[in-house]
Ligand binder design. Structure first.
Ligand code: NAD
Length: 502
């Protein structure tokens, strides 16, 4: 395409319009239930807005009660036959699905970027990551093949502990990683033998369709995976539906509490992956050059919209100024711009509401006395989009709002602690307990400090998810875990069959 303008904002808009015009899913009029595209029963639709330009480029229907009923009924109809298949057969289908997802990597990436502004440098890996999760859970299917036999302590009898699928699962996802945060639930559910109903977040309802296409291509039977779109009211109908046996939710802590209350009343098993406010603890012997190379990914990944990132950096006074200089220089050097440009590190935040929320926190930081060394309450970097200038706050104290609440935008805070013990106390003085990192030259000493962090996951000089290891939050960051055998267990219900030893 020849750009007809020298105006970079207009050029970006043209590039995005052209990208959207080439996508298979833009204006969708139904839901995906029982393997077919259904007609929406409600006239209400939600727009899909490109946060880089503010332009609407797609829309989806809002599922009402009739649609939720139909999706749950389709899942319930498919469930028995899916559960009756051998785990190894389900695993083979997951592996085929993984290959089919990878074949859709490009179109999935562009759709995801236009939905939530995640830079393509991030979304380009979404299909490969999804495929990896599917393959890891396929590899865990062998654990379901035979019942585990346990002797009675008194002898003479034994118990076969068999695992049954927990039933039909509702999978409810947020908008920051719309593929990963569904696959992390879908893969264990499928291996366990559960049928599912997926409800993606309002801003990101389209990219998920490529997962369903991949499942169809792989031969996963119709009705095993159903997709309905809508906002919180649709999610609430799904959570409370009598045909749902388990709820898996990733999202904010307030909504998680509401879902937990509903599930408590209904005695319905629930997994909750919620918000966070994690800390990077920088020890006196930390290598700041090495840290600068992982800083953006570990503390501001996805334009700061990642649940586990360590957005509070705490160090002792001897390293504080050096840390402020390194962090300021690293963030200032990271390109902000068109999320479709592969060199972009910071795109827009996902929605205009999120931009306003993040700007509110930046203003609170300034008002409470923090010092912005880069960014701050400045004009938006690119007009017309939901852009926020990446911001580093120094001279932050633990009681400031920006040190305590989850901002979910490109903002990090730098705190001083009098000692390593005081730094650990600051790290643990939060209602959340999701992630964290310890940066230190002596990795054994750093590991010992890591074990003192009261969080579900913590890294030493790095942070990454291991699909074989549990991931979850403590305290206000959630209930239960995802990934690994522990994540698979959330979709299983054991049956103990006692018998005499023959
Ligand atoms: P959100 O809680 O507003 O929405 C999440 C999902 O829940 C959406 O699909 C939404 O439509 C649905 N929903 C809203 N109200 C509902 C209700 N009453 N009943 C059922 N469903 C309802 O979260 P968000 O703004 O989309 O995502 C950002 C939040 O997600 C952040 O707090 C972030 O930390 C958290 N998050 C956590 C993890 C984790 O693994 N712990 C991962 C990513 C994001």
């Amino acid at each position: 395409m020849t750009l007809l303008t020298d105006d970079p904002v207009a050029a970006m808009r043209d590039r995005h319009r052209e990208a959207a015009a080439g996508l298979p899913y833009t204006r969708v009029s139904g839901h995906r239930i029982g393997g077919v595209e259904t007609t929406a029963t409600s006239p209400v639709t939600s727009p899909v807005v490109d946060p880089a330009t503010g332009e609407e480029w797609g829309s989806v229907p809002e599922a009402d009660e009739a649609v939720v009923d139909a999706a749950v009924a389709a899942a319930r109809a498919a469930q028995p036959q899916w559960a009756a298949r051998a785990p190894s057969e389900r695993a083979d289908l997951l592996r085929r699905m993984a290959d089919a997802v990878e074949r859709r990597a490009d179109v999935l990436s562009i759709t995801n970027t236009l939905e939530n502004g995640s830079p393509v440098s991030e979304t380009a890996g979404a299909a490969a990551n999804a495929a990896s999760i599917l393959r890891v859970f396929a590899s865990l299917a062998s654990h379901l093949e035979a019942g585990d036999v346990r002797a009675f302590p008194t002898g003479g009898a034994e118990t076969v502990v068999a695992q049954d699928p927990i039933g039909v699962a509702a999978l409810i996802a947020p908008w920051n990683f719309p593929i990963n945060l569904v696959v992390i639930k879908l893969a264990p559910a499928l291996v366990a033998g559960c049928a599912v109903v997926i409800k993606p977040a309002g801003p990101t309802p389209l990219s998920i369709r490529f997962l369903l296409d991949a499942a169809d291509e792989a031969g996963i039977p119709p009705g095993v995976i159903n997709l309905i779109t809508g906002e919180g009211a649709t999610g609430e109908l799904l959570v409370r539906h009598p045909g749902i046996d388990k709820v898996a939710f990733t999202g904010s802590t307030p909504v998680g509490r509401r879902i937990a209350a509903a599930c408590g009343e209904l005695l319905r098993p629930v997994t909750l992956e919620l918000g966070g406010k994690s800390t990077a603890l920088v020890l006196p012997d930390a290598d700041l050059d090495a840290m600068s190379k992982v800083l953006i990914r570990s503390s501001m990944r996805n334009t700061g919209q990642t649940c586990y990132i360590s957005t509070r950096l705490v160090t002792t006074p001897d390293r504080y100024d050096e840390l402020v200089d390194m962090v300021t220089a690293t963030v200032a050097a990271a390109p902000v711009g068109d999320p479709l440009d592969p060199s972009t590190v910071f795109g827009p935040v996902a929605t205009f509401a999120q931009r306003d929320r993040v700007l509110g926190y930046i203003r609170a930081g300034v008002a409470e006395g923090a010092r912005a060394t880069v960014g701050g309450d400045v004009p938006e970097p690119i007009p017309g989009g939901a852009f926020v200038a990446p911001t580093v706050f120094a001279d932050v104290t633990p009681d400031m709002t920006i040190a305590r609440e989850e901002i979910f935008g490109p903002v990090i805070t730098l705190l001083r602690a009098d000692s390593i013990d005081a730094a650990v106390d600051i790290a643990n003085d939060t209602p959340f307990g999701l992630g964290g990192i310890v940066f230190g030259g002596d990795e054994d000493a750093a590991f010992r400090i890591a074990r003192r962090m009261d969080t579900g996951s913590v890294g030493v000089n790095m942070f990454a998810s291991n699909h074989y290891a549990p991931f979850g939050g403590r305290h206000d960051s959630g209930l239960g875990v995802e990934y690994g055998l522990e994540g698979l267990a959330a979709y299983l219900t054991p049956q103990s069959v006692h018998r005499r030893v023959r």
